[in-house]
Design a protein around this ligand. Structure first.
Ligand code: ATP
Length: 438
């Protein structure tokens, strides 16, 4: 490995969990369903660097960390550690990898065995890897406790005698026992009081310098990422959508998802506060059935309209949300209008009621006023819903409004700050929406 080669290289890593995969499910003929927790993730981590992995809950951060440490088997892809594919390792080489790479978990309350003294907890990896003599192991544990800011005299105490921050220090001491080079820090401070979070982050920073550590820091908290990381990879629904140096990414977030995440961080500057807000609406979709094309497009405030469509960004977003609800059959027709105003059977509402039904449905579903041309299209689609023809409504709206974001999957690309978004894809001809900020 040359000095420029990364210590960790993750290449198109995938980890699917399978549901409906038991013998019983197969007997009943249920098809196994993949949960695409990690779906084609690539990044490098250089020696001495801290790479942050950020994203909302459920987007695959922990699974990425655990799979690259080989705590979980990958579905596909490759992870190189110091030039070797970790999934090919066995015997002494695998033991060596297990020594050189460690993890610190989020919850210092459940990750420490309450029946063991903290000395035994920190010493356990030394026993497993048979490092040194009994006396040397005890000395090493005493030294580690001191290095993480505890007292060597506390060696025979139990975890319940310590505060949350102190327990996380014990977890860190255990992770460092074997002198690793690489540590995955999985939400290391999110279970802690705000007042002790900074202390633990500062400790991790000091230890990194002292022991030449390389970190992958997993966090949903951008302020933690900003405080500690050199570069950051933003994950959404199993994919990395943007990656870059931390200052660049915070100063100039390119992916609409990153922009929306940053909007959720309180900031001091008036200029920034006055910037247009692009907050995140709705939840992360299920990784069992991720959206086609760009996975963020179902929530993206900047979803790209077809070229010939002159439409404001907010209006187009509202129409896309309406489409999604129709495609998911996520609209209850029974509750349209005043109580009992419309009678609905399998064929929908009686023909004479269709205009009134459409007006009531439109008022309920759309908070924006539509330009005439779009109003007519939406009314035709809602009239189809009124007569129970969901497929026709779906087709009509797709024909009028289909976005490149749902057709094509954006690739992350190369360079120091790549972004997987069609807004940054020169190959795609597009007309920006009239209220575009760019
Ligand atoms: N063992 C499992 N079986 C089935 N699905 C799983 C399993 N582990 C994780 N998942 C699913 O994989 C997706 C990614 O989970 P993961 O824990 O990696 O996300 P995360 O970004 O770390 O979120 P969090 O911060 O909440 O842990 C989630 O939808 C989760 O429900």
């Amino acid at each position: 490995m040359s000095a420029d080669d990364p210590l960790v290289r993750v290449d198109d890593l995938r980890k699917y969990f399978w549901e409906n995969d038991s013998l019983l499910d197969r007997l009943f003929g249920d098809e196994p369903v993949p949960v695409r927790a990690v779906d084609g993730v690539s990044f490098d981590i250089h020696e001495g660097e801290t790479l942050g992995l950020v994203g909302e809950s459920g987007c695959g951060k922990s699974t990425t960390g655990e799979t690259l440490l080989r705590l979980q088997d990958p579905t596909e892809g490759r992870v190189e550690f110091d030039g070797e594919n970790v999934y090919d390792l066995s015997g002494a080489a695998l033991t060596d990898f297990r020594r050189r790479s460690q993890v610190v978990f989020q919850d210092p309350f459940s990750s420490l065995d309450p029946r063991m003294t903290i000395g035994d907890i920190v010493r356990q990896p030394l026993d497993v890897h048979e490092v040194g003599t009994d006396t040397e192991r005890r000395e090493r544990v005493r030294d580690l406790l001191e290095r993480v800011g505890l007292s060597a005299d506390q060696i025979d105490r139990y975890p319940h005698e310590f505060s949350g921050g102190q327990r996380q220090r014990i977890g860190i001491a255990r992770a460092l026992a074997l002198e690793p080079e690489f540590v995955v820090l999985d939400e290391p401070t999110s279970a802690l009081d705000v007042s002790v979070q900074a202390q633990v982050l500062n400790l991790l920073d000091d230890l990194q310098d002292e022991f030449d550590l390389t970190y992958l820091l997993i966090s949903h908290d951008l302020s933690v990422i900003r405080h500690v990381c050199d570069r950051v990879a933003v994950m959404y629904l199993g994919e990395v959508v943007e990656i870059g140096p931390v200052e660049d990414l915070f100063a100039d977030p390119e992916h609409p998802y990153t922009r929306a995440l940053l909007e959720s961080v309180p900031r001091a500057s008036t200029d920034e506060r006055e910037r247009d807000r692009e907050t995140l609406a709705g939840d992360v979709p299920s990784p069992r059935d991720p959206p086609s094309g760009c996975r963020f497009r179902t929530r993206c405030p900047r979803v790209i309209p077809p070229d010939d469509l002159e439409i404001e960004r907010g209006t187009y977003r509202a129409l896309m949300t309406l489409r999604q609800r129709i495609e998911q059959r996520d609209i209850s027709l029974d509750s349209v209008g005043e109580d009992g105003r419309f009678t609905i059977d399998d064929g929908g509402v009686p023909e004479a009621d269709v205009p009134a039904f459409v007006a009531a449905l439109k008022a309920r579903l759309l908070a924006v006023d539509l330009p005439e041309r779009h109003d007519a299209i939406v009314e035709d689609a809602l009239a189809e819903l009124a007569t129970g023809d969901w497929d026709a409504a779906e087709d009509r709206l797709r024909t009028a409004y289909e976005s490149v974001c749902e057709r094509d999957h954006p690739e992350l690309g190369d360079g120091s700050h790549p972004v997987a978004c069609h807004l940054h894809d020169d190959a795609i001809e597009r007309t920006p929406a009239p209220d575009s900020l760019d």
